[in-house]
Write a protein that binds this ligand. Structure first.
Ligand SMILES: NC(=O)c1ccc[n+]([C@@H]2O[C@H](COP(=O)([O-])OP(=O)(O)OC[C@H]3O[C@@H](n4cnc5c(N)ncnc54)[C@H](OP(=O)(O)O)[C@@H]3O)[C@@H](O)[C@H]2O)c1
Length: 328
């Protein structure tokens, strides 16, 4: 089979679409998927650069955390899926290949209204957003949500999920066009952080001095102290991405007096059981909204798998509004 392959760790010039050994036949609860499309994520780029090694048991040179495809073979204990079914899901690596061996508990059936490409844009962004904002952040109706980098894949997923529940959402971006486009998806208040503009005063103004209940932070260090200022009493800060840096200083006193909860989270290195649990929540709470057309796939651009380097470069340029998907 062919796979997106890192000849070396570093720049995108190291990516080739290369012949590699196909996975072994599935046994037990394993499923072999013929991958038709797969989303590209920042983690793939970090892995390529050598900063984010694949977890044990996953290929160090073949990236890919999400996929959509057709079942090619099943292990003898698989009970929920059959050969030929259209499925999608998350994994800890190796999805940017023509064939992927995974576990049935990590799979979901693709709703009939979605193509493989559309389906491939959902799992990583929507499972991450749903798990962060609702499962861990415990956001409920009548509360407010602040999403940083709202035009990102995860940001738009969180926006759509929150709007489907009628939640008031504030979003930031450094790109004004992304804010304008996010407003067409229901964003209530758009705040520009272009040229490192501050956001905390605007948050306080919009929330009439109360602050927001939950922050989905995809940026990290350079927003941290303003995030603490922007949270309401008993607010929850969910740290999901660190594109804006990983080290900072802040006033611990505010975390105490406001009784804040600060949660760091990551999907890739979770155990199969933990990923299965997040997948089941996704199937229960997100999939019906996909099937009914309430949620859309937020695809910015697709690339042929042969041009995975182009997809990496495009994401690294920060130009994408939503997801970038490879077609196999
Ligand atoms: N913890 C997890 O399990 C998990 C899972 C998935 C993703 N993530 C992380 O979540 C983040 C978002 O992922 P994604 O795939 O949705 O990203 P994405 O679609 O590639 O979008 C990221 C956006 O962040 C903004 N950005 C980049 N550098 C920035 C900076 N220094 N300061 C402020 N904004 C900046 C850019 O938009 P602007 O135009 O606004 O600048 C960029 O387009 C990434 O850090 C990713 O690694 C974590």
């Amino acid at each position: 089979m062919k796979a997106v392959y890192f000849q070396d760790f570093g720049g995108s010039e190291n990516i080739i679409f290369h012949d590699v050994d196909a996975p072994a036949d599935p046994t037990g609860h394993e499923v072999l998927v013929n991958v038709k499309a797969a989303g590209v994520n920042r983690a793939d780029i970090m892995q390529r650069k050598g900063f984010y090694p694949a977890p044990k048991g996953f290929p160090e040179r073949i990236p890919g955390l999400e996929f959509a495809g057709e079942i090619a073979a099943v292990g003898e204990k698989v009970s929920q899926f059959e050969v030929g079914e259209r499925v999608f899901g998350i994994t800890a690596g190796g999805a940017h290949a023509e064939m992927l061996l995974t576990e049935e508990s990590l799979l979901a059936k693709i709703p009939s209204n979605l193509s493989f490409v559309e389906a491939a844009a959902f799992p990583e962004a929507f499972i991450t957003a749903h798990d962060a904002v609702f499962t861990q952040g415990k956001l409920i109706e009548n509360e407010t949500l602040l999403i940083h980098a709202v035009g990102s894949g995860v940001g738009l997923a969180a926006l759509q999920l929150a709007k489907a529940k009628g939640i008031f959402v504030i979003g930031t971006s450094r790109t004004d066009e992304k804010l304008a486009d996010a407003k067409t998806l229901g964003l209530d208040i758009a705040i520009s952080t272009n040229n490192a503009r501050d956001f905390q005063d605007q948050i306080m103004k919009v929330t009439k001095g109360k602050g927001v209940n939950v922050i989905l932070d995809l940026v990290g260090a350079n927003y941290f102290s303003q995030n603490i200022e922007s949270l309401a009493l008993k607010g929850r800060l969910i740290l999901v991405g660190l594109v804006g840096g990983r080290k900072t200083e802040f006033d611990l006193g505010l975390a105490l007096t406001k009784r804040l909860t600060i949660i760091g989270t990551v999907l890739r290195s979770r155990t199969t059981e933990e990923k299965s649990s997040a997948t089941r929540s996704f199937v229960r709470e997100v999939l019906p909204l996909m099937a009914s057309g309430v949620l859309r796939s937020n695809i910015d651009r697709t690339f042929p798998a042969e041009d995975a380097a182009g997809a990496h470069d495009y994401i690294e340029s920060n130009a994408n509004f939503g997801k970038v998907v490879l077609e196999f």
